[in-house]
Design a protein around this ligand. Structure first.
Ligand code: GDP
Ligand code: MG
Length: 299
């Protein structure tokens, strides 16, 4: 037993869509708590990842990417969610791509500059930057943009330099007892995570537009000696999308169901029976009430 005081607090992970925020949190926690795809707007909710150690507990907040055009109700809700995370944080991880700086990154930086928390610039995807001089130059450019507490290049995907980043975190956390039980790694329910796995497989299988118009809801979850039985509904916002999501002869839906089932089976360690239904709810993503009903919080 040590009598050193315990430290605990929130770490907001923010950045424009697709820079690798969710990948980073999954890598830090060594567990997939947040889904990842090559498409923007994959993360739609605030998801907490709890990292407990002997002397401290860091609570990472995964956020939807902050983006410019906040058109539909869902996009506005996602922007609000990300902005709120900034206010809760003891320290902010501002994630960018090491090989790219865009106006969207600039936008996010300006929002961060309006908060008082210290900011660590996390330059992700350093595996894409060659030669080394390019990386050094990118680091110098980043350092000139703001008084960052630290500027750290990493590769979240390859786990390069992530330990160095994580070691910095306790230094920013205030004295506080742990806020979550030590064995808890996320605040999200089992049903939420199942729905997200299905949405990830759907997003990967579909081409650009459709993924933003769909959401997944677990309707039934039953566990017995033979394994787990799950029924989930895929909500789409226009009837015309049904054919695309189901695919020719049900092919796409079958493929999605199989991929999701395999991941869930590996996750739970027991056989999983998964049934997917596609239903239409007109324009759900632009309707505040429907958003709440479908599990989208309104901070
Ligand atoms: P988010 O929208 O910021 O949460 O980004 P995601 O975590 O969903 O990642 C977006 C894409 O970037 C995915 O295809 C990831 O596999 C990819 N990615 C994340 N980290 C890295 C990295 O360190 N290197 C490379 N090359 N790709 C990465
Ligand atoms: Mg994400």
């Amino acid at each position: 037993m040590s009598d050193k005081p315990f430290h605990c607090g929130f770490v907001a992970v923010v950045g424009r869509p697709n820079v690798g925020k969710s990948t980073l949190i999954n890598t830090i926690l060594g567990s997939k708590i947040s889904i990842v795809t090559p498409k923007p707007q994959t993360t739609r909710h605030r998801i907490l990842g709890v990292d407990s150690h002997a002397g401290y507990q860091a609570i990472y907040i995964d956020t939807p990417g902050l983006h410019r055009k906040a058109g539909k109700a869902m996009n506005r809700m996602m922007n609000r969610t990300a902005a709120n995370a900034l206010m809760d944080a003891e320290v902010i991880m501002f994630v960018t791509e090491a090989n790219r700086w865009t106006v969207e990154d600039q936008d996010v930086l300006e929002r961060i500059q309006n908060t008082s928390a210290p900011v660590i610039a996390v330059m992700n995807k350093m595996d894409k930057v060659h030669p080394r001089e390019m990386l050094l130059q990118a680091i110098a450019e980043m350092s000139a943009r703001h008084e960052f507490a630290e500027v750290i290049p990493i590769s979240a995907k390859l786990r390069n330099n992530v330990d160095r980043l994580v070691e910095l975190v306790p230094g920013f956390l205030p004295e506080s007892p742990p806020l979550f039980p030590e064995d808890m790694i996320t605040d999200r329910s089992e049903n939420f995570r199942i729905a997200e796995v299905v949405r990830e497989k759907l997003t990967l299988a579909l081409r650009q537009e459709v993924p933003y118009g769909l959401t997944v809801q677990v309707e039934r979850f039953e566990r017995d000696d033979n394994g787990i039985a799950i029924n989930a509904i895929i909500w789409i916002d226009r009837d015309s999308q049904k054919g695309i999501v189901v695919g020719k002869g049900g092919k796409l839906l079958k493929k999605v169901g199989r991929a999701a089932r395999l991941e869930l089976k590996a996750d739970f360690g027991v056989p999983v029976h998964l049934e997917l239904w596609v239903k239409v709810k007109d324009n759900w993503s632009d309707n505040e009430q429907e958003l709440l009903r479908l599990g989208y919080e309104s901070p």
